[in-house]
Design a binder for this molecule. Structure first.
Ligand code: UD1
Length: 368
């Protein structure tokens, strides 16, 4: 059996790392003919900080194929990935293509594989925000509509897939590879010399701080919306400083709109996984519009304020530490103070978020 593992954008790298470890372990027990695997990097993200830094941090091997797609409109980016990935698939004839998450690479590679009659396994299948203005929602729906294996992270995903008519026997509730990665890296971090991080002194000097990430087009691409968020952040930062690693899209939009942040909002370049974890795990609160951080904060019990109206990961709100604030100035401020004053009681770790999900996935794929 030959498996392709596809990754293209920053959040994918955290998800493939545990699968790589599980595949490595499984390969030791089998001959190459029985099991081989290759990593395909589509090149959707390409800057050192957005890509190679993660391969280094997560101890990922150099990809077997690098497609060099780069940034462009969604159509051009998706098409470039498809054209290059088709050539690699025809040349290599994998038996299964594993795609993770909901980025354009997930969409592009699942379509190509399926049309070549190669089985598609979707990791993090079934999640739905029911918001079709999000490009990721379209990617999720399309990838799920043609996948053969559905590896799901939470019960809402099972319900969504069943409603879509997917057969129960193809839906595997395995937990979350992102959380496998988090627990693994947290353990590694305990053994690291923390003074190696450029932000070591900054963290030491701050009594408390909020950790912020922001990059969704719905939050940063409109001047009015971004300005409202920034006004809330400026107000919060007069009480508690905010550490803000800047995504390239957000940097571009802040510059284009000429929007300025208060000095107590501390800008950083995009961070590697370890340094980011080093900072957010001890923050008073994470504010974010990312998908993964909503889940990672729940797994470590850190309060999370999500600057979106909806989430495709409802378990983080139901039993985790996540609160949805939307992106309006006054709502952000109200929810922020509510959490600072009252916390989020009753937080628990979702079922099967136990660090063993990648092994469950590899077990399913290799026994079928
Ligand atoms: C993509 C994903 C999103 C994910 C996010 C994580 C899709 C539809 N979106 O959004 O789900 O949460 O990645 O970061 O797949 N850029 C660089 N260097 C890079 C990559 C991008 O400078 O290495 C710049 C480009 O100028 C680009 C902008 O950032 O225009 C946005 O990048 P893009 O890949 O289009 O979307 P993201 O917002 O990163």
């Amino acid at each position: 059996m030959k498996i392709f593992l596809v990754a293209g954008a920053r959040p994918n790298f955290m998800k493939i790392a545990p699968i790589v470890r599980a595949l490595r372990a499984e390969s030791r027990e089998k001959s190459e003919k029985e099991l081989s695997w290759m990593i395909v990097h589509t090149g959707q993200h390409y800057d050192y900080e957005m890509s190679q830094a993660f391969f280094d941090d997560l101890e990922l091997p150099t990809p077997d194929f690098f497609l060099g797609a780069g940034s462009d409109s969604h159509a051009v980016q998706t098409a470039k990935i498809m054209v290059s990935f088709e050539k690699v698939c025809i040349d290599q004839r994998p038996d299964i293509v594993i795609v993770v998450g909901d980025v354009n690479s997930t969409l592009a590679c699942s379509i190509v594989a399926k049309k070549l009659l190669i089985e598609v396994a979707h990791v993090e299948a079934g999640l739905r925000s029911f918001d079709l203005t999000m490009p990721e929602e379209i990617n999720r729906i399309v990838a799920d509509s043609i996948s053969d294996y559905f590896f799901v992270t939470e019960k809402s995903a099972i319900e969504n897939l069943v409603k879509q008519g997917k057969p129960n026997e193809r839906i595997y509730f395995v937990g979350h590879v992102m959380i496998d990665n988090l627990f693994y890296q947290l353990k590694r971090l305990e053994g690291e010399k923390l003074s190696q991080f450029a932000t070591y002194e900054l963290k030491k000097d701050l009594e408390n701080y909020v950790f912020l990430t922001l990059h969704r087009p719905s939050n940063v691409d409109s001047r009015e919306t971004l300005l409202g968020i920034v006004e809330a952040l400026n107000e919060i930062s007069t009480e508690i400083p905010i550490i803000f690693p800047l995504h390239p899209r957000t940097k571009k939009m802040l510059d284009a709109f000429g929007i300025k942040l208060n000095k107590r909002v501390i800008f950083l370049e995009p961070l590697g996984f370890m340094e980011s974890l080093f900072l957010w795990k001890d923050s008073v609160m994470v504010m974010t519009d990312s998908g993964g951080l909503q889940e990672e904060t729940t797994a470590l019990g850190v309060p999370c304020l999500t600057l979106r109206d909806n989430t495709e990961r409802p378990i983080t709100v139901e039993i985790g530490t996540n609160t949805l604030a939307g992106n309006k100035k006054q709502d952000i401020l109200n929810y922020f103070w509510q959490i600072i004053n009252n916390g989020k009681p009753g937080a628990a770790i979702p079922p099967k978020w136990d660090g063993k999900s990648a092994k469950r996935i590899v077990d399913v794929l290799t026994r079928n």
